[in-house]
Design a binder for this molecule. Sequence first.
Ligand code: ATP
Ligand code: MG
Length: 319
Amino acid sequence: RTRRLSGFQPTGHLHLGNLLGALRPLIAAQGAAESIALIADLHAMTVEHEPAKVRAFALDQATIMLAAGVDPERTPIVLQSQVREHTELHYLLECVAAYGEAARMIQFREKSAAGGPVRLSLLTYPVLMAADILLYDVTQVPVGEDQSQHLELARALAVRFNTRYGETFVVPEGVRPDSAARIMDLADPLTKMGKSGGAGRLALLDPPEVLRRTVARAATDTVGQVRRDRERQPGITNLIDILAECTGRPPADPTSYAALKREVTDAVEALLAPIRARHAELSANPDFVRGVLAAGADRVRPVAAATVSRAREAIGLLD
Ligand code: ATP
Ligand code: MG
């Protein structure tokens, strides 16, 4: 049976890219694959963070997941820090990972070049991510391009550990989410939409007015034709992709940029309005959401504990 792990960092408000690129594929696969939705709060602390915000974003992401249709009966929603085995396995994997491997990661090089102090945890982040994955015997990890190097490291560490110390970990495969769409920032369509996000981010809980304004201000071009051409028309291409992802069909053709933007606004609003409404209901009851997280952790902890116990034994620790 297919087992998957999908991770989200509570570093900000979830946005349309998270929904279309990760959350919706996870929800669509709930019948076929057994998924774990991981809210990776430990990862959110690898860069400068505000404690109260990490906590608030974590709870809010769980709420959004439920609002969007994650069924916690089929898909445990797990807060990383509530399953202690993540940090224990992290350490054991550090003992098979090399400094050079971690230092070579593109994301580490980019983020550490940004200036300011670099947390040691930023360097070891991919090893913690390897622990997240290997802990649950998952067979598949849906990853976007930005994470494929980290997944390769996780696979390499698993194989190395298994070879040196005996079969311990399932070696997972990376899979591209069925919807391959990579949603770009509307104001800057050459960079991906992100949580830290610029002016062109469509947050899932943005009120309709804000969504409308963000789409209205989306960067376009002077070509004057509505067609997919990522090279010459990145903004228009992104809008076409968003429309197609939201509605399942291409834009009405031929059409003006203004008409395209109206279609996109309507489609995004139609997709997000029910999520927003359900989120508002659930937010009135944070204890329910906390309960979902507690139940998720309880559910996966036995698998995590069994993996760590195998790893401890194999690597040479006394029981
Ligand atoms: P951060 O800026 O903190 O890295 P992020 O928006 O990249 O935030 P993550 O928590 O890193 O969000 O990723 C959660 C999931 O959403 C991952 O599966 C990731 O591949 C996917 N994802 C993130 N941004 C996009 C995007 N713009 N388009 C499609 N999928 C995305
Ligand atoms: Mg990211």
